[in-house]
Write a protein that binds this ligand. Sequence first.
Ligand code: GLY
Length: 358
Amino acid sequence: MTSAKSQQLIFTNDIAQAIDSWAAKTLPSRIFIIADSNTARLCLPIISKNSLAVSSAEQIVIPAGEEHKTLDTLASIWDSLCTRGATRSAAVINLGGGVVTDMGGFAAATFKRGIRFINIPTTLLAAVDAAVGGKTGIDFNGLKNEIGAFCNAEAVIISTRFFSTLPQSEFLSGYAEMLKHSLLSGNDAYARLTEKSPAEFSEQELLELLKESVLVKKRIVEEDPTEKGLRKALNLGHTPGHAFESWALANGKPVPHGYAVAWGLVVDLVLSHLKLGFSSDSLRNVTSLVENTYGRLLFDCKDYPQLIDYMRHDKKNAGDGTIAFTLLRKPGDVDVSCTATPEEISTALDIFRDLLHI
Ligand code: GLY
């Protein structure tokens, strides 16, 4: 279901105009707008006031939260489309964070073998990651994104319009993925992104940085849409990041995804230093930024076996018992096919704790 076509990305704070011009160009017979209970209340009124297409669209509102990214909610979306008589000439607008864009995208990709959809991400994290690149799906059997398909949104309308109401932790989660993209891109992108603290950027400056960041992902995804090789670059920070996230949850002190990714970036850069010669100056620079922005996760060496066990069960591993990592030789120079032994990971965790004064 991967579209060979490149995905249209529209960066604007005039969202209503962007939607109306997309609708005028593509002429869907009907438009269904999928929102969750939060975005239906907070975001939909902002755009429906000025957009003809949105004010006449039919709404499908789903409950908010990752716990609803399920087969039941997906079935309720299919059911709404079905009972309201949607045909293949209809189109869907997904208005929300990653749960809405992933699940709404999958609902559209599978309804009547596929109807068109566009994404309007309402969180920084969705704008910089989930809404772009064609991954759609739901959680299943307790596993995240276990069922899904690669299917590009016809367009993604990206704005900073909705971010002022985001909780800070949600905003910083998106910023962690922007840090990742800047490290994948090179020193200049990293310097621009870290020139000020994230809250100091104006809406317009943030939109420019967001554009630069999303284009890093777009270039990678266009080269490798189904993650056979280069797209694994986007996993930088995520092997240890997912382990931190799972470990923190299991120990009753959950942390936001992006915080775990930020700490995971530091672990991956320590491994990059040990295995690929990533410079210690760059490592120290990223570490102090991460410590100042995200604080610290408290754990000690007794927790290593559990953390390494989470890394061993990561779905990105080859299944031969090795633990896969994406590492950097230097900013902009990525190796997507690294592995590390439990001993090497333990050493990296020791250095991580030293660097972050844990
Ligand atoms: N979130 C990483 C990717 O889209 O591949």
